[in-house]
Design a protein around this ligand. Structure first.
Ligand SMILES: Cc1cc2nc3c(=O)[nH]c(=O)nc-3n(C[C@H](O)[C@H](O)[C@H](O)COP(=O)(O)OP(=O)(O)OC[C@H]3O[C@@H](n4cnc5c(N)ncnc54)[C@H](O)[C@@H]3O)c2cc1C
Length: 483
């Protein structure tokens, strides 16, 4: 039984971007820490399926946790991305108005942002907006511009945060599902499918399951409702349609359907918002995607459906409290909730990480800071971004750079190997994809899949039939020598 009966100072449940950044911040302290996830890899919950927007912070009610952590997290994002080698772009965002009713909403958002301390916002005339974004619908009347908004790869930030925590001594326990929690501060037992884990404090970062985890611990005072959002992703050749993240006015369903260019250069449209019953429901539906497309073309009529390369869906963990739930349980000392982290959770995660690390350290009597903490990761430029000289030099140093595995995204064998060999590295085809982009191009893995399976099988020392696509049980090859 892997890792059973080991006592940790801190056990973090959930290896999404929130758990990941909490782990990274805590790994600066002298403590034995583990981060536990039921999946085979990190970034397999909401953190792997969202818009990737670093929101400026004008939506949330001033004074709420959402507003505080959003504005602080957004300010921290460029620095943290630099340290972790994660691409970030300060794209800015626009909310469009199409009539006087919309303009009133923009005014409200503007005032909300000012009250919350969002910097640099402006209400722009139609002419100014169309100069900035000439391909937008000319029927717009005004727009709210927020220059502090940006875009980031959510799963890369999630992966890099956990890798950084692991480099600083945190243990990442994969495929470990927490099934029960007993005890109190200094003496928690987490029962899992891999045996018991003992910890002095427990941090609940379990995403949409955080209410179930809180219930297990004996303090289920909140409920989370899964609200699904579906997206269409376009080929990179469609990139450049818009520079800013472009929203329509928000509705009772949320921030609404947006059109944006991801940090990797793909156009992304979505999400819609529908309450679903199952916390595992990640299917996309023709009618939802049709709604997303028909709404998005009101923003930008030039969207070419033929260039769609994939669709996906993510589940928002909407709390019945109306705000993020962050802090020590009043009933179970030593049990910390970091729950109900729906949007803008990605933007807020760096600030949430720092805050939670401080309160948890305080609860353990004030942990000492590590002298040898490494705040960043050793990363290198992707082959596709190198100039010809750099490409030639690196191929001479390491011939595996001369073997292109993914032609759509120009990913080399050396980079696939590195993604598996890194601390907390990839174990699956999708894990390689999230780390390198192999399989993210227009053929969606049609060309590179066999090569990635072969490399994973050799590197992990397993048969090709054992290589998984996403999670355990998603074997790609089922049988050899089928008659
Ligand atoms: C459609 C959509 C769009 C969004 N867009 C944005 C955006 O543009 N900008 C923004 O700032 N935010 C956005 N968000 C919000 C953002 O994605 C989330 O706030 C963030 O990803 C939440 O991270 P998390 O770590 O709390 O949850 P998750 O990423 O879901 O991670 C929770 C982890 O807990 C694990 N877990 C659960 N139960 C157990 C158990 N029993 N045992 C072990 N492990 C367990 C899960 O496997 C999972 O890996 C969006 C969300 C959605 C759904």
């Amino acid at each position: 039984m892997e890792k059973a009966n080991i006592k940790y100072d801190i056990a973090i449940i959930g290896a999404g971007v929130v758990g990941g950044l909490v782990a990274r911040s805590l790994s600066a302290y002298d403590a034995r820490i583990c981060i536990i996830d039921k999946h085979i890899d990190m970034a397999m919950g909401a953190s792997g399926a969202n818009s990737g927007i670093v929101h400026a912070g004008y939506d949330a009610t001033p004074g709420s946790m959402k507003a505080k952590f959003n504005i602080e997290g957004t300010a921290m994002m460029p620095g943290i991305c630099r340290l972790l080698g994660v691409s970030y772009k300060n794209s800015g965002s626009l909310v469009l108005a199409f009539n006087s009713e919309d303009e009133k909403q923009l005014q409200k958002l503007y005032e909300n942002g000012i009250a919350g301390g969002v910097k640099g916002m402006k209400l722009l005339s139609k002419e100014t907006v169309l100069k900035m974004e000439p391909l937008l619908n000319p029927k717009i009347t005004k727009a709210l511009h927020a220059p502090t908004a940006g875009v980031v790869s959510p799963y890369k930030l999630n992966i890099a945060a956990i890798e950084n925590a692991v480099v600083n001594g945190t243990e990442f326990l994969r495929e470990t599902q927490v099934l029960g929690i007993t005890g109190n501060k200094g003496d928690f037992t987490l029962s899992t499918n891999k045996g018991d884990i003992f910890a002095a404090v427990v941090i609940n970062c379990a995403g949409i399951y955080a209410d179930d985890i809180a219930k297990m611990a004996g303090d289920g005072f909140f409920t989370l409702t899964p609200r699904k959002g579906e997206y269409l992703l376009f080929d990179r050749s469609e990139g450049g349609l818009v520079e800013n993240v472009v929203f329509q006015p928000p509705s009772e369903k949320g921030k609404g359907v947006l059109v944006m260019t991801t940090v990797d250069g793909n156009i992304l449209i979505g999400p819609d918002a529908n309450i679903v019953e199952s916390k595992e429901d990640s299917q996309t539906h023709a009618d939802s995607l049709d709604y997303v497309y028909k709404t998005a073309i009101k923003t930008c009529s030039g969207l070419n459906l033929k260039k769609v390369i994939t669709s996906f869906a993510g589940l928002r963990a909407t709390p019945d409290t109306g705000d993020f739930i962050i802090g020590e349980s009043k009933k179970i000392p030593g049990f910390f909730n970091v729950a109900g982290i729906e949007s803008p959770g990605l933007s807020s995660a760096p600030a949430i990480g720092e805050y939670v690390a401080e309160i948890v350290s305080g609860s353990l009597g004030g942990l000492a800071k590590k002298e040898n903490f490494k705040p960043g990761l050793d990363t290198h430029e992707f082959f596709r971004d190198m100039d010809l000289n750099e490409k030639e030099n690196i191929m001479q140093d390491n011939p595996d750079y001369g073997m292109i595995v993914c032609r759509c995204e120009n990913v080399t064998k050396a980079e696939v190997l590195d993604s598996i060999r890194r601390p907390a590295g990839a174990r699956t085809v999708d894990g390689v994809k999230r780390r390198t982009r192999a399989g993210m191009g227009r053929c969606q893995g049609g060309f590179c899949l066999p090569a990635v399976v072969e490399i994973l099988s050799k590197e992990l020392g397993i048969e090709k039939e054992e290589v998984q696509k996403g999670d355990s049980g998603s074997n790609i090859l089922v049988e050899r020598n089928r008659p």
